[in-house]
Design a protein around this ligand. Structure first.
Ligand code: ASP
Length: 441
């Protein structure tokens, strides 16, 4: 097992996890066994990744900014990043809309299936919770997101994994102020964060030793808690439309890597593949962030000045997979329930799905909450919202896994592209977990 590359080990863990889950579904008491004795190991792994996310963002962002020779560079990177993120998201939504209009997956859904799905899910706690969550988000003022971005207590922000943008804000503020007091005075702090950054990256290496076993647990649990296969089959055309769209996004990223970054796209994908596999297994780009950062910096060669800003911001606001899914899902629901969408409605979907994907949290199932807002924007009747969500609920988890892979791949691609454009793409310098083990053992 030692010589196998990490992504193969993780893939093996995933396949074995799925097989184990399938066996356990057919054994009496199997699901409870997986829930009680296997799932906790997956949860521990996800918690470990989340544990190091805040220290990693702070250390690497402060190091990245304080390494800059002047602030205008940062402005350049920042503006480029936001513009490219918006561009790729609009492309993703457009691909989703084109596909769903051509394939029309909602047309073939029978009344009977709609009834069955409605009965099973419309009144379920999960669907109702998503609608309630969306209502909370919708009632805020248009500039609320800016207000939310500014923390009023740095410690409180750092102690809340959901306040990633606040942590980023604080780190950038601190980093810029360090630049302004000059190198001599800021040096002790800089050295501290440099060192913290190295340590946290080593923690990523150590956590990743556990990854193949953790994905086994995560996937076995997904399989035993999945829905009735008949329902999954009824939604196959819709699910395949989303998956096909997501694959087109991968092709799009590969074109970017080969044409603009001038690297072999297969090399790029193999370097970031552990992050993609984790995104698939955890359905959370926030939990995957430490691994994405480690892969992009050490294995692709993106300088920290770029990755430390582009990746955490991307994990929070850039969700190409989610926005593509929201476009397909919104039109699919409208088709299935016979709600006509005009061309103007489709344009509204582009705009709201863009804003919704920015507003979606980087955690499992968040995309569905913002889908409610997309549906409301095109005038979808409020009393039918629960039925609409019920239609897609059965396949949401597998699609969430797939769209999270695209969210993470998009962030990694854009960070490499931005690095290339500002001359900050160097040679990869991979580190092993045991580089200094001999000295301390
Ligand atoms: N799970 C996705 C992510 O973390 C968000 C979503 O689409 O639900 O990137």
């Amino acid at each position: 097992m030692k010589k196998l590359a990490l992504h193969w080990k993780i893939l093996l863990g995933m396949i074995l996890g799925i097989l184990f889950g399938l066996v356990m579904t057919n054994v009496s008491g199997g699901s409870t066994f997986v829930g009680n004795w296997i799932k906790p190991f997956g949860s521990i792994f996800v918690k470990l990744l989340k544990l190091i996310a805040v220290p990693l963002i702070i250390a690497s962002l402060i190091k990245g900014i304080s390494d800059l020779k002047d602030i205008s560079k940062f402005k350049n990177i920042g503006l480029k990043t936001i513009a490219i993120y918006i561009g790729t998201t609009v492309i993703a939504i457009t691909i989703g809309l084109l596909l769903v209009n051509v394939v029309q997956p909602g047309e073939g859904i029978s009344e009977e299936t709609i009834e069955k799905l409605t009965k099973t899910y419309a009144n379920s706690g999960s669907v109702q919770a998503k609608i309630a969550e969306a209502a909370k988000q919708k009632n805020s003022s248009p500039l609320q997101f800016l207000v939310d971005m500014v923390p009023d207590n740095a410690m409180a922000a750092m102690s809340n994994n959901k306040a990633m943008l606040q942590v980023i804000f604080f780190a950038i503020f601190l980093g810029i102020s360090m630049l302004l007091i000059g190198e001599k005075k800021s040096n002790p702090l800089k050295k501290f964060f440099d060192s913290l950054n190295e340590v946290v990256l080593k923690m990523v290496d150590l956590i990743m030793l556990f990854a193949p076993y953790a994905v086994f647990a995560l996937l076995a649990n997904v399989v035993v808690s999945s829905n009735d296969p008949d329902l999954l089959l009824a939604l196959l055309k819709y699910a395949l439309t989303v998956v096909f769209g997501l694959l087109l996004m991968v092709a799009f990223y590969m074109v970017i890597v080969s044409v603009f970054v001038k690297k072999n796209p297969f090399w790029f994908l193999s370097k970031i593949s552990p992050a993609q596999l984790l995104a698939f297994s955890t359905s959370s780009s926030a939990a995957t962030l430490p691994v994405t950062m480690e892969r992009v910096e050490e294995h692709v060669g993106v300088d920290k000045e770029v990755s430390s800003f582009v990746l955490p911001v991307g994990a929070t606001i850039n969700m190409d997979g989610t926005s593509l899914y929201q476009a397909v899902a919104a039109v699919f629901i409208a088709q299935a329930l016979g709600f006509d969408l005009t061309f103007a409605d489709q344009l509204t979907i582009i705009l709201t799905a863009l804003l919704a994907s920015i507003g979606s949290a980087a955690v499992p199932g968040a995309g569905m909450v913002m889908l409610v807002i997309v549906l409301e924007a095109v005038g979808f009747p409020a009393d039918k919202l629960a039925i609409g969500l019920a239609l897609i609920f059965a396949v949401d988890r597998p699609l969430d896994m797939c769209r999270t892979v695209i969210n993470v791949t998009g962030d990694a691609t854009v960070s490499t592209l931005v690095a290339k454009s500002v001359g900050k793409l160097g040679d990869p310098k991979p580190k092993n977990w045991d580089d200094h083990y001999d000295e301390v053992k």
